[in-house]
Design a protein around this ligand. Structure first.
Ligand code: F6P
Length: 366
């Protein structure tokens, strides 16, 4: 399908969970496409689901349409975690998944699109790769607050989430100290503990529990008791939602939907029982995904958006833009998907945390 005719119109969609900075990317795609390359942009609503439905899910994106969206959280295009055209199940339906990829490709052609920019995490970029293999000219832009895509040093949205979690830790500190309580803050991070690590260190937590380092509840209690022996009657623990005890499992808020959540409640109960200290839990949840993007995320999103349009103009399809050190580069969609970037248990970040006295909950290190 990728011919050498001039690129006139590109489609752009946002897939998977939203995050701060998506609108900065959309704005940069539109401004670069129109201003620099003279291309038109069509926005596809609600991720790949919009491509299945076609015309009624399309919005024309002109520079006027994206005016003022740089500081806005969320995505003006809408998004969904469902809507995989290769295994499509309509919202609320219990029907068997159906392959609707042909309908999506037919709509791509009918809309007169010459390229498709997919802004998404591992799942959406994987779908983009499947379409690329079927001949669709796809370019990817990485997105996730979890920062767990291996091909890029940072994804936009992560920095804002870390700032939100750090602010929450600052607030918990004052009330923890007043009431002599042990406070547990549960943050997002399904398979990777990046948000917990970076916010925990930035917020001065005493305990950080992440999926990569299974914890021993006795180590957690020892830290709480050691602090109180030294007159520090409160402690702050930051817990990634995917953290699990040694030999144990993650805790799900909804097992069927595989939605994590609630591990900090059981840890807090155990710590209260074993130490006699009063405990409280805050589950930060989707607050981390909302709100205005930080300057870092606006900048990274803008650079990604502009670079993605350049890839399109250069016909570098099947690739995803990424950040390597200080530079925006690109990798193939194959390299971009499938490998998670988790926190190295013996890496510098964990070492720095241990050096400043934070426990990671593992028994043999504390
Ligand atoms: O992958 C991003 C993420 O925010 C995870 O950290 C979290 O587990 C999940 O999405 C929540 O998804 P949902 O918005 O479907 O509840």
């Amino acid at each position: 399908m990728a011919t050498s005719k001039k690129i006139k119109t590109i489609g752009v969609l946002t897939g998977g969970g939203d995050c701060p900075g998506l609108n900065a990317v959309i704005r940069a795609v539109v401004k670069t496409a129109y201003g620099h390359y003279g291309m038109e942009v069509l926005g596809i609503r609600d991720g790949f689901e919009g491509l299945i439905h076609g015309k009624q899910h399309i919005m024309k994106l002109t520079p006027d349409a994206v005016r003022g969206i740089l500081p806005r959280g969320g995505t003006i295009l809408g998004t969904t975690n469902r809507g995989n055209p290769f295994a499509f199940v309509p919202a609320g339906s219990k029907a068997k998944p159906k392959n609707m990829s042909r309908a999506a490709i037919a709509n791509f052609k009918e809309l007169g699109l010459d390229a498709l920019v997919v802004i998404g995490g591992d799942g959406s970029l994987g779908i983009g790769l499947d379409f690329f293999k079927l001949g669709l000219p796809v370019v990817g832009i990485p997105k996730t607050i979890d920062n767990d895509l291996s091909a890029t040093d940072y994804t936009f949205g992560f920095n804002t989430a870390v700032n939100t979690a750090t602010e929450a830790i600052d607030k918990l500190h004052t009330t923890a100290e007043s009431h002599h309580r042990i406070m547990f803050l549960e943050v997002m991070g399904r398979n990777a503990g990046w948000i917990a690590m970076e916010s925990g260190i930035s917020g001065g937590a005493d305990i950080i529990l992440i999926p990569e380092i299974p914890f021993d509840i006795k180590t957690v209690c020892r830290r709480v008791e050691a602090r109180s022996r030294h007159g520090r009657m409160f402690s702050i623990a930051v817990v990634a939602e995917g953290a699990k005890p040694l030999g144990g499992k993650e805790v799900y808020a909804d097992e069927t939907a595989r939605r994590l959540g609630g591990i900090s409640h059981s840890i807090a109960r155990d710590v209260a029982k074993l130490t006699g200290h009063e405990t409280r839990v805050t589950v930060l949840g989707h607050v981390q995904r909302g709100g205005s993007p930080s300057a870092f995320d606006r900048l990274l999103g803008t650079r990604f958006g502009a670079a993605a349009v350049k890839l399109v103009a250069d016909r570098q399809f099947g690739r995803m833009v990424c950040l390597r050190g200080m530079n925006i580069e690109s990798v193939t969609l194959e390299q971009a998907t499938g490998v998670l970037k988790t926190v190295p248990p013996d890496g510098e970040l964990v070492r720095a945390a241990r050096d400043v006295g934070i426990t990671l909950g593992d028994p043999d290190r504390d």
